[in-house]
Every structure is written in C-alpha cells, then in structure tokens.
Ligand binder design. Structure first.
Ligand code: PLP
Length: 419
C-alpha cells in the first residue's frame, strides 16, 4: 500500500492537498498520481527485461482514461485490449495497432472485421473465432489464448484459467488450433494464458508458465513452429490491506523467464498487468454528507456509492480508508462507510475504525485506480464523477464530471407516447 505524506493533518496526493483537490473539483473524484503510474510500469518492466526481451501489455480494462493511456504510451508500454472500444481509445491515445494485442471472448464477426480493418493483432480465443477470422483475413499476426487449466485469483468471479471457465482454447485442442491456423494460411506468432486476478504469490505463475512452455515445445516438435512470444497474462495482485505483502517481482520474473529461456526458442516474454500498474496510483475522494447512528451501527454516508466504486459491493473487496482532513489522527469509532445508492449492499467499507467523523469530512479510499472508474456506472441516474491527474503538486482535469443531460442524451420517447 502506498504511503501518503501528511501536511499538517492533511493528506497529500502527488504533492497536492486532498482537501484542495476536493474543493476545486468537487467530490466524488478519482485522483491519480502520474509519477506512481510511471513507477509501477518501470518496476515490472525492469524486473523482467533484465532477464530477456520483454513486452508489457498494460491491461487497459483496469483504467482506460486517455491521459493514463498517454502516460503508458510514453513509457513504451504495449496494450492488452478486450473490445473495439478499448482498441479505439488506445489508438486515440497514440498507440500504433502493432502495440496492441486484442484478447476477446465470444467475439462477434463485426468486431473481428473492425479489428482487421485497423490491423490489430488478435489473440484468438476459440476455433470458431479462428474460422470466422480466416473468412476476413489471414494476414494479421495471431496468437492463441489457451485454457491452461491453472486458475487463481482473489474471488471466484475473477479466476479465468480454470478448466471450467469460458476462456481460451481447451488445452487438449491447442495443437490442433495452431495446425488449423497454419493450414488456413496464418502465421501464428505467440501463445497466451491468463490465470485470474489479484494473485499475490509466484507459484500459480510458474505453474502456468510450465504449461505454456510444454505447449511451445510441442509446437516446435510437431509443427516446426518457433514462437515469437509467450504471454503469461495479467493478474499480479497488490496489497490492499496494510498487513499484506507486495508481490516479489524479482522472484516472479526470475522464475518465469528462466523457464521460457531454458526450454523454448521464444524470443520475448509478454505479460499483461492492469491492476499492478494503476491500482495504487489513485485515491477516490468522497465527502461525508450524512451521519446516522442506528441501534446497531454508526453509518458514515458519503457521496460515492457502488455506482462510483463497485468492487466492495461486487467482489466484497477491501479498500483501505482514511480521513484526508484528519490525516494521522487515531481511529476511535467504528463506522460503516456507505453510499447514496438505494440498495443495502451499497457500501465502500464496513466496520472501519476512524477518527470521530463530522459531516463535511473528506474520506480517502485507497487503491482505487484499477477497476474503479472503469467499472463505474450511472445506476440510480447518477452521472459519473470526474477524474483528476496530479503531478508534483499540479493538478489537471482528465475527465469531466458527467451531467444528467449526458445520461438522457440517448433516450428516445416514441411520438405516440407524447400525445
Ligand atoms: C486476458 C487478461 N489479461 C490481463 C488482465 C489484467 O488483469 P490484472 O488487472 O489483474 O493484472 C485481465 C483481467 O481480467 C485479462 O482478462
């Protein structure tokens, strides 16, 4: 967990006071420290590239803000994209198609046509997708996502590599898939798997690397195919709780690259971290708007709900919470921090020991940069909040707050209902 500086009882984010940011931009607001994004990217790249040529495909589903994409484009990152919308965002942020790898699931033919039109390499998820792509083009670089039968993750909803999931070409069909691709006229360049999300230990990554290495060896022996890259997917976890340890990147990189170098002729190791790069770069600031004591609990009602940050309600995820304008004060009362959405499941944090709260206090929700804004919604007709970037004390708006007009823009009332 990132440590934030304390300026006379005020939390500093990227050198700016959280309270000043809230005053200038309103709340709720996602605040991203640019230097943190760059640091995280560099840490992963450094760990792997000291062993072998490395491509980091930032999994942009974690955070698709164009400014964040620009920062990562400047850093030299590549992209893991899962929809034509993500591809479009990355192209607009300055990525060339060759730096994007599209990994979809249940991909429609119109989406394949759009990808082919833009020249984006495709990581094929099924034999049906392969056949349909061949009808459009065989000139794109392709790879395959295998279902490695190795799953891991912090919640059953995010385990993607287990045999029973919908993802990837089944392991027992993967050689046939490459063989069919070659027969169709493709030149497959890579092999990919993704085990799941929020993985805090090295072991599942070494297990999936072993599976990928053994498939790569079979491809070399049976089809004479030398792969350009082996992609171990994303899923590197972060410590959301104070007592958790960060992933040992050096150990992870050493174990993965050694297996690939010693046993295959693949030239590049690729990986697709999303959460690791952006999660701890961003704090969600939200104001206490209503305090309520009930016979059972003290509720701190804030202006961010699961429309703003869905992870606690959807996955039961923990995000550390502090009071930005009482920073460093010891906790003495226990609160449930809850939002304005009309559902009992709408909470940001449960049973949190905080300093005594007053209405108007500013709550800081940590590690909100991954799957925070990107999974937010307009449920209850609440416009999405704004996003702000901080760099060494200077702030700028990177996404405007939506308006109710924005929400209603696409609705249509048939004329017969207007009579
Ligand atoms: C194929 C693929 N790659 C990478 C990721 C990124 O995962 P994370 O943000 O946990 O690193 C995901 C997440 O769902 C994914 O599906």
């Amino acid at each position: 967990m990132r440590i934030f500086k304390n300026d006379d009882g005020h939390m500093l984010i990227g050198g700016a006071r959280a309270t000043d940011i809230a005053l200038e931009y309103g709340t709720p607001v996602y605040v991203t420290d640019e230097d943190a994004v760059r640091e995280n990217y560099r840490a992963v790249y450094r760990a792997f590239s000291q062993h072998m040529p490395t491509r980091i495909h930032y999994a942009c589903k974690a955070n698709t803000n164009l400014a964040i994409l620009r920062i990562l484009e400047q850093e030299g990152s590549c992209i893991d994209a899962v929809s034509i919308g993500e591809v479009e965002a990355c192209l607009r942020a300055g990525f060339t198609p060759q730096r994007i790898l599209y990994t979809g699931v249940n991909v429609s033919t119109p989406e394949l046509e759009a990808l082919a039109g833009r020249g984006v390499p495709i990581n094929v998820d099924s034999l049906s997708e392969l056949e349909r792509l061949a009808e459009i083009t065989t000139k794109l670089p392709i790879s395959f996502r295998v279902n490695p039968e190795v799953g891991a993750g912090y919640h059953e909803k995010v385990v993607t590599g287990a045999r029973s999931t919908k993802f990837g070409v089944p392991k027992n069909q993967i050689i046939e898939a490459y063989s069919r691709a070659i027969d169709l006229g493709f030149h497959p360049v890579g092999l990919h798997a993704h085990i799941g999300a929020g993985v805090q230990v090295v072991e599942p990554f070494t297990r999936v690397t072993d599976v990928l290495v053994s498939i790569a060896q079979e491809l070399e022996e049976k089809l004479g195919l030398d792969l350009e890259f082996i992609d171990i997917g994303g899923g590197i976890g972060i410590p959301y709780r104070c007592e958790e340890q960060p992933m040992d990147l050096e150990h992870l990189a050493e174990e993965v690259t050694r297996r690939i170098k010693e046993n295959t002729s693949a030239k590049i190791v690729a990986l697709e971290p999303g959460r690791y790069i952006v999660a701890d770069s961003t704090v969600l600031l939200t104001t206490v708007v209503n305090l309520k004591d009930t016979p059972d609990k003290k509720y701190a009602g804030v202006d961010a709900g699961f429309n703003t940050l869905v992870r606690p309600a959807f996955y039961g995820s923990y995000h550390h919470i502090d009071v930005a304008n009482k920073f460093g004060q010891p906790g003495s009362l226990v609160y449930d921090v809850v939002g304005p959405i009309c559902e009992t499941g709408d909470h940001i944090g449960k049973e949190r020991l905080l300093p005594p709260l007053e209405e108007g206090d500013l709550i800081a929700v940590y590690d909100a940069g991954a799957y925070g804004f990107s999974m937010s919604s307009q449920y209850n007709m609440r416009p999405k909040c704004c996003e702000v970037l901080v760099q060494q004390g200077n702030t700028c708006l990177i996404r405007e707050k939506e308006t109710v007009d924005d929400l209603l823009r696409h609705d249509r009332i048939p004329s017969r209902l207007m009579i």
